[in-house]
Write a protein of this length. Sequence first.
Length: 75
Amino acid sequence: MVKVLLTIKIIGIMSYNSGDKYDGEWKLNRKCGYGIGNYANGDIYNGEWDNNMKNGSGMFYVNGRCYKVFQWWTI
């Protein structure tokens, strides 16, 4: 017997008590796919996410400067 697990991506916005906000794709209640993270300190990440973490390529705006991110690494 073959089991098929369907996971559906949805698009939505989450605002956090910290002042951070995420606007983008979700899968299984986690940030997954393309999204924009706006942080309370003014930083912005616009790019790919997986399992609630920045993953893949994107643009990161820090203190008014723009950085192209080609791949995020987790340690």
